[in-house]
Design a protein around this ligand. Structure first.
Ligand code: PLP
Length: 358
């Protein structure tokens, strides 16, 4: 139930193993191929085409594979895309939105938190204030899914802005549908729903980038370098991109984002329904704002939460403890997590409830 890196689809692990074995007798394996080889060229272009198909990404958006994780995007985004006002707006819906605001400031931009739920421990999503004026900022930054706090701006409750909207989709990309053209940039670290860690996806509207006057930013931190060189400005993370392309094929074979969304809704509903009927566990986030990918809950007693997480671990249900900043439990139900895992978790939670309820 780890929040990141998340579980990978088992057919993907099998494929990687087979590919490595198959290549044992050739001169080099996928772990060793050159990023200039025909094989890798095919892999990276296939990954881009597959992603464009799965997310219905319009042609006027660049699809880029970058290293440095979501955290580097917190800095690259403002450096590349906040050059008119030198100022961004942030909806502070959780720890990672807050970090993004601080990172923008660290690279010399102004970051205004236009609304926050921090004072209420991020138990709900902050809403854009009525007097928000998009013209004051280069863009509005949101985190679609708050990995630590378990809340989500779904497609139908995205903040409405007349300006550019930028989304950190690190923990729910491909888990539910979003309309790419509602955003001017999207990014996601691979390690939850796209593959192993090491590669980060950035989807950027090309016209918007072209309008920017970027100064004092080196080539490694410029999206244009990655656009010009098909994400191979320097040596890309070859193995991570190869694994990502296999995950994307798996998503396609499952029936695409639409089907995974249905599966994710079923998995999350099953778990939330159980938690809601129990008077032993509580879910801090309510209603439509709940995350499908990170289900956060607690007994209200932090020592007991820790004890139960340890028991879970001993029974083969791993990484159930909540993030160290919030405690409690967090069951991450990324795309590759099967319903059987949810059923096993519920069986365990029922048992723990019987054992520990006073
Ligand atoms: N944004 C979100 C929503 C995340 O969940 C995470 C990591 O868990 C990050 C950003 C940071 O990503 P990274 O560790 O790839 O820098």
């Amino acid at each position: 139930f780890s929040a990141g890196p998340g579980v990978l689809p088992s057919p993907v692990i099998k494929q990687i193993r087979e590919d490595l074995e198959k290549e044992e007798n050739s001169h080099y394996s996928i772990l060793e191929i050159s990023h200039r080889s025909a094989r890798f060229d095919e892999i990276i272009h296939h990954a881009e085409d597959r992603l464009r198909q799965l997310m219905d990404i319009p042609d006027d958006y660049a699809v880029l594979f970058i290293q440095g994780g979501g955290s580097l995007q917190f800095e690259m985004l403002p450096l590349n895309l906040a050059n008119h006002k030198n100022k961004i707006a942030v909806l502070d819906s959780g720890n990672f939105a807050n970090k993004a605001a601080k990172a923008a400031q660290a690279v010399g931009k102004e970051a205004t938190i236009v609304a926050s739920s921090k004072q209420d421990r991020y138990r709900y999503l902050p809403e854009l204030p009525a007097d928000f004026d998009a013209a004051d900022y280069d863009y509005l930054h949101i985190t679609t899914n708050n990995t630590i706090e378990g809340s989500t701006y779904h497609q139908d409750n995205l903040p409405k802005t007349t300006g550019h909207l930028v989304a950190d989709m690190s923990s729910n990309i491909l888990a539910e549908p979003y309309n790419v053209s509602d955003f001017s940039a999207i990014f996601a670290g691979a390690q939850k729903n796209l593959g192993p860690a090491g590669v980060t996806l950035a989807i950027v509207k090309k016209d918007w980038l072209a309008e920017q006057k970027i100064e004092g930013v080196g080539p490694m931190m410029r999206y244009q370098s990655y656009i010009d060189k098909d994400s191979m400005y320097n040596t890309p993370p070859v193995f991570s991109i190869y694994a990502l392309s296999l995950v994307l094929d798996w998503v396609f074979e499952q029936g695409g984002v639409k089907q995974l969304y249905l599966n994710n809704q079923k998995k999350a509903k099953r778990l939330y329904d159980y938690l809601d009927q129990s008077d032993f566990y509580q879910v801090p986030v309510s209603g439509e704002e709940r995350s499908l990918t990170n289900v956060v809950f607690t007994t209200g007693d932090s020592d007991l939460d820790k004890k139960i997480s340890l028991q879970a671990d001993q029974e083969g249900l791993h990484n159930l403890a909540g993030h160290r900043s919030v405690g409690g439990f967090r069951a991450s139900l990324y795309n590759a997590q099967p319903m059987a895992a949810v059923e096993a978790l519920i069986t365990f939670l029922e048992k723990a409830e019987k054992e520990h309820k006073s």
